[in-house]
Design a protein around this ligand. Structure first.
Ligand SMILES: Cc1ncc(COP(=O)(O)O)c(C=O)c1O
Length: 329
């Protein structure tokens, strides 16, 4: 029997928790600009509005969720610090948020993570704990660090405060472009799209939410059509922020509030990334290009049915400029 559809009150976040997050992070996070590019809009045959989270602190929307989670801790918990296992944008975001609150951030990272990532976390004041590059050792090391330090684990997406923080994207975007008909949101573990969907549909119930996913990491598309979480392991996509699978807090939101999951090929992701560099003059990472690629693909049934402006979240800009995917090495 299919699981009962939860009422909005049973999701991990609500418009109230998102608005609270908005007030909490306002002194620390950037209100990012919205930009457009007539060439890309013409190619997509849509009026696209880019929400530039590549200009967010640490270069990605992840700062919103991490900042909300860190500043929501009570004094006693905060003093013991925060812990996570990540080598991506969440690690940097948590390190910076913790530094702003004046508390330690303990970051468990695989030994084989690129040194630039380790240095970035250390640059924001994070304390790095190397582990073996396996999920089991990552989790075991994070558990040990939590026990040893008394720190609070802040996971990258499957957490109510992280989801509420990411939802602040919608509040801002709908203030900046109240007439939007849809928002395209890249999806990995689903923290960003959960917050965005909960807040956007509360503010404007008719708005459509489209998840953008690499074909090579299509767990959200498969989970939504199966009606249950279909995890993926070892996804091989250039969009490194989107290799993770949905969690138990994000899946119900994707199941109920996301109108469509649209997938794109690796070639389409690289082409979209290059187009954004070239024509919009914006530095974005491959995960952000996935949303643009969906708009350009013309395969989204929801997008082709619209006649008004469409938001696309350019979720991050942390890309290795020495290894751009169109450069011959
Ligand atoms: C730039 C970027 N975009 C998208 C995502 C996916 O976000 P979520 O896991 O909340 O779906 C990530 C996650 O690391 C990311 O770093």
């Amino acid at each position: 029997m299919p699981a009962p559809v939860p009422t909005p009150a049973t999701y991990a976040a609500s418009i109230d928790s998102v608005r609270e997050a908005m007030r909490r992070i306002a002194p620390h996070a950037h209100r990012t600009p919205v930009m457009s590019c007539s060439t890309i809009s013409r190619l997509a045959n849509l009026d696209l509005r880019f929400k530039c989270e590549n200009f967010q602190k640490v270069g990605a929307f992840k700062f919103r969720g991490a900042c909300n989670a860190v500043f929501k801790l009570n004094e006693a918990d905060a003093r013991r610090g925060v812990v996570t296992h990540s080598s991506g944008n969440h690690a940097q975001a948590l390190a910076l948020a913790a530094r702003l609150r004046g508390i330690p951030a303990h970051i468990v990272m695989p030994r084989n993570a690129p040194s630039v990532k380790r240095e970035a976390v250390e640059g924001y004041g994070g304390i790095v704990y190397p582990c073996e590059p396996t999920v089991a050792d990552r989790e075991a090391t994070a558990d040990r660090v939590c026990r040893d330090t008394g720190g609070t684990l802040i996971p990258p997406y499957n957490h109510p405060d992280v989801i509420a923080g990411q939802g602040t994207i919608s509040v801002e975007l709908l203030e900046q472009c109240p007439e939007l008909q849809a928002i395209v949101v890249p999806i990995g573990g689903g923290g960003m799209i959960s917050g965005v969907a909960i807040a956007a549909k509360a503010i404007r119930p008719s708005i459509r939410i489209i998840a953008a996913e690499p074909m090579n990491a299509d767990d959200a598309a498969r989970s939504k059509s199966a009606g249950s979480i279909q995890p993926i392991s070892n996804a091989t996509t250039i969009a490194d922020g989107l290799r993770t699978s949905l969690g138990d807090l994000t899946f119900p939101v994707v199941r109920d509030l996301v109108d469509e999951v649209a997938t794109v090929s690796e070639e389409e992701i690289v082409r979209a990334m290059r187009l954004v560099f070239e024509r919009a003059k914006l530095v974005i990472e491959p995960s952000a290009a996935v949303g643009v690629a969906v708009a350009l693909s013309k395969r989204s049934r929801v997008l082709t049915s619209l006649d008004g402006p469409v938001g696309v979240v350019l979720c991050g800009g942390n890309v290795d400029l020495d290894a751009l995917p169109w450069t011959k090495r």
